[in-house]
Structures are given as C-alpha cells and as structure tokens.
Design a protein around this ligand. Structure first.
Ligand code: GBH
Length: 482
C-alpha cells in the first residue's frame, strides 16, 4: 500500500512569483490630488445613479495613494514576493493626451522604489478600466481608433520612466470585461453611431492595435521586459457530452478568451467563428496589422477565478439564430452560458454578491493545461488574479486584529494544490497573484463584496490581516523549492 500521496514531490519552482494584486481606482482614493484628471469611473460613480448598487465611489477607497508605504511593508512582512498594481492614466496625463504630470510619475516612482527596497517584485498594469474622461468625451474612448495613438503615447511615457526598474508589465486588464461595458450609460458620455451590439467589438479591435503598438515600444526599450495582456474567464465545461454542447463550448471560447488570445498568441487575427461575424461590420485587420499583433504577449496571464457550465439552448444550438441576421450572432453564445451556481454543483455556492463565482478548484489543472496547450505562451502561464469574496460580518472573531475567512482559506489552499498538480504534470505555471491585497471598491458591487486577504476599516483606514493571508503564504513556505 503506497503510504505517500503524489504530493510528496510537488514543488513550486524557485523562481515562482507569488503575490497580491490591486487596481488604481479600486484602492487609491485621492481622486483630486496631485493633478489627477477625471476618468470614466468618476462619472459612473458620481453621476449615474445606482451604477454602483450602493452609490459608493472611489474618492477615498483604501487611501492607498497615501498609505502605499505601509501597504507594501505589510505585504513584505506577510512574506509574499510580488505586488501587482495599476497606474492611473489620468494621473499621468490628466487629459489622457498631452501634458504629462510629473507629480504622478514621481508618486509611482516611489511606489516602485518601495517595492524594490522590500525585495518585492513590482508588476505594473497600464490600464485597469479607468479611461481618462477627456478621451471618452472627445471621441468615445476605446470605441474610436484615435485611442490607439493616445494609449501608445501614454505607454511610451510610462515605459520610458520605469523600464529599468519594472520587469513585468500588463498593458490592459481583461478587455473582454471593459469592452463589455459598452454601451456605457446614455447621456453621460459622448454619443456614438455604432450600434449597441457592435460597440464591444470596436473596442476590442482598438485594444488589440493599442496593446500591440505599446508592446513593441516596451520591447524596443528593453527586449527582456515581459509584456502581456491580462485575460479572464472561466474554464468552460460542457453540460453534457452531446455534440451540441461541444459546439457551445467552442463558441464560448471563441467569443471570450480566444477573441484576444488567438490574435495575440496564434495568428494576429480573430478565431474563425468570431471573425465571420466581425467581418460583417468591421474592416478586417490588414496583413500589416496582423503582423503587428501576432506574438505580442509573453505570458498567458489569466484572471481565472472559476469555471462555467456551457450548454446549447434547449431548443438547439442554432435556435438562437432564427431572428438574427447572422448565424453566429453572439446571442447564440450568450444564451449558452450558465452560472455554475445555478446549474451544477461545482463547489460550494459563493457569496450571493458574486453569483458568477463558485469554488471550482477541481477544474484548475484542466484549465491550466488548456491554456498552455492552446496558446503555447513562451513565458509560461500565470494566474494573475484569483480569489473569492466572503461576507465579512459573519466572520469577525472576538479578536480585534484578525479576521477568520475559512471559505477563502480553503479556496487558496485547494487552488494552489491544483496548480502544484499541474506543475507536476508539466504545465509551465510561473506565478500567482491573489486578488486582492485588501477589500476595495468592487466596481458596481460597491465595498460590500469583499475579495481582500486583508480587511480595511474604511473609517480609520486601519488594515487587518485575514487568516487566508497566512494560509496563502504558507503554501509557499511549504512547497517552494529551496
Ligand atoms: C476581476 O474581474 C477584476 O480585474 C477586478 O478588478 C475585480 O475586482 C475582481 O475581478 C473581482 O471581481 O456580475 O454576473 O455580470 C474578474 C472577471 C468579469 C467577473 C465580470 C465578474 C461580472 C459577472 N469579472 N463579471 S456579472
């Protein structure tokens, strides 16, 4: 009888990076400080009633703009080795184009230098959803190809300033998500003639051009930089083994991850089914553009929180086309996606505030294999966000300084074990980033949905570790190759 389980030999490689992540608008606050210009999110939070369910804003958030030194010291003390944050474009260029704000550049210099002092690897995301308002209102932001040059110029400024200190870069966070914000609420932003259902794809088109242009600028400054897009989505599991569900799964990949991953890693162009659809209203990429886009992502960076069950509609895989003008109209895909919570017991139900997220850690090895085998990233696969929200009130213990969060702890332990298993099976996983460094503005869900491995008292701005922070780092104490 074998006494040892196979995890005897499990190891994270020596150079594995393991850290925590946050994003500018969700944590910084200080929205009017040191020359910051407004972004789309200032309008969404201040002007659009109930866009954030609680009508909360990022005005103060976690006060990270002022407490970053304490924040970095705390994560260093915890024992992780990486901090991933985003830069606010409208701090660097208050109008998104034109004048550069030296105070903001000096601020992020200090954030980066503080990381380096503590031996924390800084990772920078250029854009995590906060479009400078001037760009949104002058030409529609990501809907217009003008943003390609503006983003490229912004990237040039930031790469120029920090390329000798920062090795890991992400240009844009989750384009599927922020392109999906379009159409933005009417009457608050510049009007556009692009039909609602096409807007997200115009956005995606400009994202691919802007990202790839920025990539080439970064690489020309320093060819050893690692520059990637942060992808997102769930692993796609067919509801049954029917051939229709298999088609539904393939469509789901095509209209989500592959929308950006196939152009970046494989072909410079969209996956087949998506391309057929997009060619009905977008100019196809030119040969030159395809050459510019192809190969411009070093790691397959995925924010992989969960899995989704995918099925063909009850009325058949093509039933959704009946009243549509094109056989691959994306509603075909939309009607096939089911939240795991509702349809299949993948794991314990999550926070009611995040119905899209269940703990589906059993599927992580298959997911990692799929990413590596499908997109073959030269820099390996990384989980650049993972985590689970857990309501706080029920979890507060009598101790004043620690929060017990068993659902999150179990999620991190099981997820990291699944990564160890995938590593032992040959998947080149290079790092993980826990979302999030602490509870923060969970976008339109407000502050009540809590993903942090630290709790923040938003009145006093005091930080408290949760138990999951220690569980997370302990996995590396135990399994990191010495
Ligand atoms: C990440 O997105 C973000 O990068 C990060 O800023 C955020 O705080 C974190 O997740 C936690 O949510 O409400 O049913 O329409 C993860 C991908 C895509 C998951 C949008 C939630 C909305 C589902 N997210 N999705 S629904």
């Amino acid at each position: 009888v074998p006494l040892q389980t196979k995890n005897e030999s499990w190891k994270f490689p020596k150079d594995f990076w393991y850290g925590v992540a946050g994003a500018a608008y969700q944590i910084e606050g200080a929205v009017k400080a040191e020359g910051r210009g407004p972004s789309t999110w200032d309008v969404l939070t201040h002007r659009v009633a109930n866009y954030v369910v609680t009508n909360e804003t990022g005005d103060v958030a976690d006060n990270n703009y002022y407490q970053y030194k304490e924040d970095i010291a705390r994560i260093a003390a915890l024992g992780v080795n990486t901090y991933s944050f985003s830069i606010s474009w409208s701090r660097i260029q208050p109008f998104g184009t034109g004048p550069v704000n030296e105070q903001a550049l000096a601020h992020y210099d200090d954030v980066i230098d503080t990381c380096l002092e503590y031996n924390i690897i800084p990772m920078v995301t250029l854009y995590h959803w906060d479009t400078p308002l001037f760009l949104q209102n002058s030409y529609g932001g990501w809907l217009d190809s003008k943003i390609v040059d503006d983003f490229t110029e912004y990237a040039r400024i930031v790469f120029n300033r920090y390329h000798s200190k920062v090795q890991y870069w992400f240009t844009v966070n989750e384009p599927i998500v922020f392109c999906g914000f379009y159409p933005l609420p009417k009457n608050y932003f510049k009007k556009t003639d692009i039909p609602d259902i096409q807007q997200k794809y115009y956005c995606g088109h400009n994202v691919l051009l802007a990202h790839s242009a920025a990539y080439h600028i970064g690489k020309s400054l320093n060819s050893s930089l690692s520059i990637s897009v942060k992808h997102n989505g769930g692993y796609k599991i067919p509801r049954t083994n029917s051939s229709e569900d298999a088609i539904a799964v393939q469509r789901a990949w095509d209209f989500n991850e592959a929308w950006f991953s196939d152009p970046l890693f494989l072909t410079g162009d969209y996956p087949k089914y998506l391309k057929e659809y997009l060619d009905t209203f977008l100019d196809p990429f030119t040969d030159e553009q395809r050459a510019q886009i192809n190969g411009t992502s070093d790691i397959y960076a995925h924010d992989a929180y969960t899995s989704d069950i995918i099925m063909a509609p009850d009325s058949g895989i093509d039933a959704c086309t009946k009243n549509e003008s094109h056989p691959l109209f994306p509603s075909c895909y939309n009607t096939t996606k089911l939240y795991a919570n509702d349809y299949w017991a993948l794991g314990p139900a999550g926070d009611p505030g995040t119905p899209w997220l269940v703990k589906a850690t059993d599927w992580v090895p298959a997911f990692l294999h799929y990413m590596q085998d499908t997109w073959k990233p030269r820099g390996g696969v990384a989980i650049t966000e993972f985590g689970i929200s857990e309501p706080f009130e029920a979890l507060k213990t009598s101790l004043p300084t620690i929060v017990i969060d068993p659902i999150r702890s179990k999620y991190y332990v099981d997820y990291l074990e699944a990564i160890l298993m995938a590593l032992s099976e040959g998947v080149d996983v290079v790092g993980t980033l826990a979302w999030s460094i602490y509870d923060n503005l969970e976008w339109s869900s407000g502050y009540g949905v809590k993903f942090g491995i630290q709790y923040v008292n938003l009145t006093t701005q005091e930080r408290f570790f949760k138990a999951s922070a220690f569980e997370y780092v302990n996995m590396f104490n135990v399994y990191l190759e010495k």
